[in-house]
Design a binder for this molecule. Structure first.
Ligand SMILES: [Zn+2]
Length: 183
């Protein structure tokens, strides 16, 4: 069960204006986007959940801010052997919520602007969390060689053995020269 801050309206400006706090687990089923079109690279298993901490409010000097931290374990799909691989995720971000580029430029260096102009759709907190997770994941997840599917590793080492054999065993290599010499 999600805390109230994930009930509607859950846009990031609303959360900051209301000093929203959250510290808890968010179940994988809440991240529909991570299990949809991106599922060829990303597989957030149903039994998985991520630990999320949100601290939003108004900073005296900066304005509306939102601190977000996300940690936990994802299951990605290795693009070489197509098996699951564990991927540990740890994200810490500070956002400054601004309505124009003018204010975005004034943010301190350690605050990333979340720029939402007047006529734009509200940005939901779940959407923001999903974006951050996607950005933190490798574009093409792959096991380290030693951890990849053992069957593929065996096949690969057989391939390289055969490649070696073909270069070593050339029983008729000298035949063409011998033939030339005799003519
Ligand atoms: Zn693999």
């Amino acid at each position: 069960m999600l805390a109230d801050i994930f009930a509607k309206p859950n846009d990031v400006f609303f959360l900051a204006e209301n000093n929203a706090r959250f510290d808890g687990e968010i179940h994988a089923s809440e991240f529909a986007r991570l299990q949809g079109s991106q599922s060829h690279i990303l597989c957030l298993l149903q039994e998985h959940s991520l630990h999320v901490r949100i601290n939003a409010g108004r900073h005296l000097d900066i304005g509306l801010v939102l601190e977000l931290s996300i940690s936990g374990m994802l299951s990605l799909v290795c693009q070489r052997c197509m098996q699951g691989m564990d991927f540990s995720i740890k994200i810490e971000r500070c956002f400054g919520l601004v309505k124009s580029q003018y204010f975005a430029d004034k943010l301190p260096a350690d605050y990333e602007p979340l720029l939402l102009e007047e006529n734009e759709e509200p940005l939901s907190i779940i959407h923001l969390i999903e974006d951050e997770i996607l950005l933190a994941c490798p574009l093409v997840p792959r096991h380290r060689n030693a951890d990849c599917n053992p069957w593929l590793n065996t096949l690969r080492s057989q391939d390289s053995d055969e490649a070696c054999n073909t270069t070593v065993q050339k029983p008729f290599a000298g035949l063409r020269d011998a033939f030339r010499r005799n003519n």
